[in-house]
Structure formats: C-alpha cells, structure tokens
Design a binder for this molecule. Structure first.
Ligand code: ZN
Length: 287
C-alpha cells in the first residue's frame, strides 16, 4: 500500500462517522449500496440518486490531489513527446487511446448546425480533445484545474487552456466534459458553471464511468472496483434523469454504435437508450 492509499485508508477510518448527507442535493435520506477497504462506503441518495463515496472529500483535499499525478497509464498522464507526439498531432490522436473522432461525430449530429460549433472543453487535461476539436473547425475554449497540465498543453499543443474558469466566455453551444464529473467535489457548482457558459438551448455533454443498474448487473465486479479513492462520485442514469427532469435529455452508454440515437433525437423529448455499456453519456439541454 503506497502512502496515498494509506492516507486514504486512515482518512476513511477516522471519518467513518462523518456527515452522510448527499453532496449534491443535501438530502439526509441516503443508503449504503456497496463497501470496500473496510471503511469506505458507496451511498445512494434516495432523492437525487447520486452514488457517492463516503467519507466525502473536502474541496481543498480534492484540489491538492488534482495538482499531483495519480496512477493512470494512458496518455492522460504519460504525455507523449518527440516523434510520438508529432505523429499523434498529425493523425488526430489515432490509436492513442484518446482518438475523439467518435465524440466529435456525436457532437456534430447533436448540434446539426452550419456555423462553427462553440465548445467548452471543461477539465481538458493537457488538451488532446481541444486539439482535435480545433482541427475539425470547432471554436474551442479549454479549462483545466491542474496547473502542470495547463502548462504542458499550452506548450506542447499550442493551446490557450485557462486555469481560471472566470476567464471563459459565455454563449457556447456545447459544454463538454469527459471523465471529469466523477472527480468533482462540488457537483452543484459544476452544473452552475455549465449553465453559465451555455447559450439558451445549449447542450451539456457529459461522459463518465457508468454506475447504472444495467451496467452493474452486467459487470458487478467492475462496478465494485470503479468507485473509490479517485472517483468520489459514481454517476448513473437515474441521477441524470433527476438533474435534467425539467429539460430535454438523451442518456445512453458506450459503444455508441447506433448513431441514429443521436441524429434522430428531436431535442424535445427525454430519451433513455441502452445504459448497460461501460461508459455513460448524458446530454441535457440547458434552458
Ligand atoms: Zn441527493
């Protein structure tokens, strides 16, 4: 057990009896649905259906965590250099594990507009998605909380990633985040930022690990392993249905083979397609 994991274990032990209210809606109606590492538990809020890890993070702890590397093996943390980086830039990150051409196609199908799509890439890491968005003609603003990642992205990819959310301009078509929401300490603020930056009728597009029942039934061991130290939130279809209850939404999961789901959505209805895949995709229209 490394130092960080030991610290996490001790924190779970000492704060076992700490506040169990839902970090999103504040409800005290919460129930345990899974547990691990003796003292860590996954709660479900009976009101908004958020799954959250207990004990919860403080905002400060989460911020410090974001400034430091944690264990990931893909190019999010192992940033390529030299000829490898040049090859990825030329091929739009083909075979890098971060080829976003599928996500770009989905954005185009959802927006269906002739003018350049204005996208906020929120929690963009070192900018591999922003780079690909720019290459297909999107107008892009990028934000990342980790200063080292901002500096790497701006120097390696020639981007203008902001480290201050207040520097982002409003009136965007898309608020895009991929594998960010499961790390966020203040979910209320996360949705407020999206609303502030989107135009009326803009799309909030959120990709994250899938905590939905259909996925848990299909891969119970994966469900158990995904939430925890680095993932304080575990999102599911019922949570997004709650968040977007008053607006049109489309919720589905990977592998997104049936693109008619996106192209055929009329943007008025509340649609739930298959939610058994490994990754959850929630699209809500902000009004
Ligand atoms: Zn709640």
């Amino acid at each position: 057990m490394n130092n960080r994991k030991l610290q996490y274990f001790l924190d779970c032990m000492t704060r076992y009896g700490s506040d169990k209210r839902c970090p999103f809606c504040g409800s005290s109606r919460t129930v345990v649905i899974d547990s691990k590492a003796v003292f860590a538990r996954l709660f479900e809020c009976s009101d908004c259906h958020l799954y959250f890890r207990h004990p919860k993070d403080s905002k400060e702890a989460s911020w410090i965590f974001c400034q430091n590397d944690y264990e990931e093996t893909d190019i999010t943390r192992n940033i390529p250099a030299g000829a490898q980086l040049e090859e990825f830039k030329k091929s739009s990150f083909l075979n890098s594990g971060k080829d976003y051409s599928d996500r770009i196609q989905i954005i185009k199908l959802l927006c269906h507009q002739d003018t350049p799509i204005k996208v906020v890439d929120y929690g963009c890491s070192w900018g591999y998605a922003s780079y690909q968005f720019l290459k297909v003609g999107f107008s892009v603003q990028s934000f990342e909380i980790s200063k080292p990642m901002v500096e790497r992205g701006n120097s390696l990819l020639g981007l203008d990633i902001k480290n201050d959310v207040d520097l982002l301009l409003p009136d965007n078509d898309v608020f895009f985040s991929a594998h960010v929401i499961e790390h966020v300490t203040d979910l209320v603020e996360f949705f407020q930022i999206a609303k502030k930056l989107l135009k009326k009728g803009g799309l909030m597009i959120t990709y994250c690990p899938n905590g939905s029942d259909d996925f848990r039934s299909r891969k119970p061991e994966d469900f158990h392993s995904i939430w925890g130290m680095v993932h304080p939130n575990y999102l599911n279809v019922d949570f997004f249905k709650y968040v977007f209850k008053d607006v049109p939404y489309l919720i589905t999961s990977s592998p997104y083979k049936n693109l008619d789901v996106f192209g055929g959505w009329n943007k008025f209805d509340q649609v739930v397609a298959d939610t058994s895949g490994d990754e959850l995709l929630a699209v809500g229209i902000i009004e």
